[in-house]
Design a protein around this ligand. Structure first.
Ligand SMILES: [Zn+2]
Length: 278
């Protein structure tokens, strides 16, 4: 089977979909869109795997500890993620447990380690927080190398440090994706040199800051995602995001790159299958 598109980073395994997660997954598959459910802590990572194993194909998991989950932190979704209708929450601190993550990382439906990385946004840039994030990120790069699966990386206001760690930890041996890429073309080139892909969200449908990178980046280094329930694309702004809306992101890439939609859709799927060995 060859789907129309693959949403490579979505959170139907989060509490925002607690009531209707399986319904949303079924609807997405019926729309000929596949998805990678991404965990951000041990419980959401386990839920991603347990959803994925219910489907013979089309639903996959990424397991990891997100950098904002190391310390208790209040997260204002409306402000931080430009998304209406998703409640704010306070994070529960977690210490990375290698063995617990390794167990789910080895599951055949797990296609990546993450989301992991660095997030120095809004006060998360004290020495203590940065050190903890960097140590935890290094441990997850090591786990990815150990189980030989690619990385799903979250990076906010920390591109230089992420690049340094990827190089020091030899992450180019496994590769992966820089999720929600928001850096400059100069930063983008450094990730491409490390054999990483860049993925883009619905934000490209309503903000023009991404156009230059999108015009420059080769189509075979790009993937698409929704990051649902966050950053809902135009024309669905104001609603909870969901994986089917990845089509709006892919269409916008075709428009910015001035290429036929069917060619872009096919290449995006191909890239995802190569990167995550789906
Ligand atoms: Zn995410």
């Amino acid at each position: 089977m060859h789907p129309k598109l693959i949403d490579i980073h979505t959170h139907v395994n989060f509490n925002a979909f607690k009531e209707d997660g399986p319904e949303i997954i079924d609807r997405t598959l019926k729309g000929d869109v596949w998805m990678i459910l991404v965990g951000s802590q041990i419980d959401t990572s386990r839920r991603a795997v347990s959803y994925a194993e219910k489907y013979p194909e089309g639903v996959y998991a990424a397991v990891g500890l997100h950098p904002i989950h190391l310390f208790e932190d209040h997260f204002d979704v409306a402000e931080a993620e430009q998304t209406a209708g998703v409640p704010s929450y306070t994070t529960r601190p977690e210490v990375f447990d290698h063995d617990a993550y390794k167990e789910i990382a080895m599951h055949p439906k797990t296609v990546a380690i993450g989301e992991c990385g660095l997030d120095y946004f809004r006060g998360r840039d004290t020495d203590e927080v940065k050190k903890a994030q960097q140590d935890t990120f290094r441990e997850q790069v090591a786990l990815a190398r150990e189980v030989k699966k690619p990385l799903m990386i979250h990076c906010r206001n920390a591109y230089e440090d992420v690049i340094t760690i990827l190089k020091e930890e030899k992450a180019d041996e496994i590769g992966g994706d820089i999720h929600f890429f928001a850096g400059s073309w100069d930063i983008a080139k450094q990730f491409l040199d490390l054999d990483f892909y860049l993925s883009f969200t619905g934000v490209i449908t309503f903000a023009r800051d991404y156009d230059e990178v999108l015009r420059n980046v080769p189509l075979d280094c790009v993937m698409v995602e929704t990051d649902a329930p966050y950053v809902t694309p135009v024309p669905h702004r104001g609603k909870r995001n969901e994986p089917l809306y990845v089509e709006q992101v892919a269409k916008k890439i075709a428009e910015i790159k001035n290429l036929p939609e069917d060619q872009v859709f096919r290449q995006l799927v191909e890239n995802t299958r190569v990167c995550f060995k789906i």
